[in-house]
Write a protein of this length. Structure first.
Length: 349
């Protein structure tokens, strides 16, 4: 390895190979602008397909919102009148077009059961779900990533074996089973944390956190196991490369090698899995919110499915699709900032 390439490795300004090191590296701004525009345009057909699939699946599912609202004993003429008032008697493609034209203007319709705008319903329910997801993501970052790094530093050692055993156990325990177990231990036996419900920040920080701890931990454990394994594998791949041996041979400290050079080069797959886990925390909190009786998006979906509240179900699924698309877009941008090779190739993607 040449001196130029070695210097490039530890400056963070050039890619690793000698061939790439001899290429001039521009600031990448035109390429990144092109990349950003293409990514934004590419999301439009994705969201369109998602909206079609969701709308068709929801409306083809057995069940009549008008019958649910009026009750099982309501006369057929009343049910037919309510269906006409709600527009459910129109062809499904007409219903979809009307919903889509209003959705692109920010109007997601009104809840059939709650008689409120869907945007208002989502605004009232997104707070607990977002707080739960952020708390669980913090637990994952602060626990799983350091454990994965520690395991990768000494493969086959006691720490490595312990982390892998804990990760396997964590991945094998369903979140609802863990939630019930945590409620039993900390809520029933020790009686140190509430077993269900939700508190707002206005009730006090201590009270707010006490209701947040158990659901956040139960939601984070399974994904923490996944992130720990991914971090370990990514770190071990980079630790096996030649530039790490070169850094050690020139006397660079092990801590600097691991946390500055290796972690930076191994960060792309870690960021990817952290981004996807955050999306899973938002959209996959249905079981956790049900077990802990948290009035969030997950609980709203469960209730809306039982009521055949089409506008709410469609809005929640569309919100989840937007979240995943947005997270992938942010991850792609982070790739460009963390890896110069991505900036060089961005204009050709």
């Amino acid at each position: 390895m040449s001196q130029l390439s070695a210097a490039a490795l530890f400056s963070g300004r050039l890619p690793r190979s000698d061939f790439e090191a001899t290429r001039p590296l521009s600031n990448g701004r035109p390429e990144m602008v092109t990349f950003i525009v293409r990514r934004i345009v590419a999301t439009i057909p994705v969201l369109l397909v998602v909206s079609i699939v969701v709308f068709m699946l929801v409306h083809l599912t057995p069940g009549d919102p008008a019958r649910v609202i009026l009750g099982a004993e309501a006369p057929m003429d009343q049910v037919a009148g309510l269906r006409e008032e709600m527009g459910l008697n129109q062809p499904i493609f007409v219903q979809y077009w009307q919903w889509l034209t209003h959705a692109v203007q920010g109007d997601l319709g009104a809840s059939v059961f709650m008689q409120q705008p869907v945007t208002q319903v989502l605004a009232e329910r997104i707070g607990p779900t977002a707080a739960l997801a952020i708390a669980a993501e913090l637990i994952i970052v602060l626990v799983a990533v350091p454990l994965g790094i520690a395991a990768a530093r000494r493969p086959g050692g006691a720490m490595d074996r312990s982390v892998m055993v804990v990760a396997l156990i964590g991945m094998g325990i369903p979140s609802f089973v863990l939630a019930i177990f945590l409620v039993l231990i900390f809520g029933v036996v020790l009686q140190v944390l509430p077993t269900a419900g939700w508190a707002e920040l206005s009730d006090g920080l201590g009270t707010y956190l006490s209701y947040l701890v158990l659901p956040a931990v139960s939601l984070a454990v399974v994904l923490s196991a996944l992130v720990a394994r991914m971090t370990r594998g990514s770190m071990m791949d980079v630790l096996a490369e030649n530039f790490v041996q070169l850094a050690r041979s020139i006397g660079m400290g092990e801590t600097r090698i691991v946390y500055r050079e290796v972690l930076r080069n191994a960060s792309l797959p870690i960021i990817t899995v952290l981004g996807t886990t955050f999306g899973s925390l938002i959209t996959g909190a249905v079981v956790t919110e049900t077990v802990f009786n948290i009035p969030g998006i997950g609980q709203l979906v469960v209730d809306s499915i039982g009521r055949r509240d089409y506008p709410v179900i469609q809005a929640v699924v569309l919100l989840g699709a937007l979240l995943y698309v947005g997270l992938n877009f942010v991850i792609d941008l982070l790739y460009g900032f963390l890896d110069p090779r991505v900036r060089l190739n961005a204009g050709r993607l």
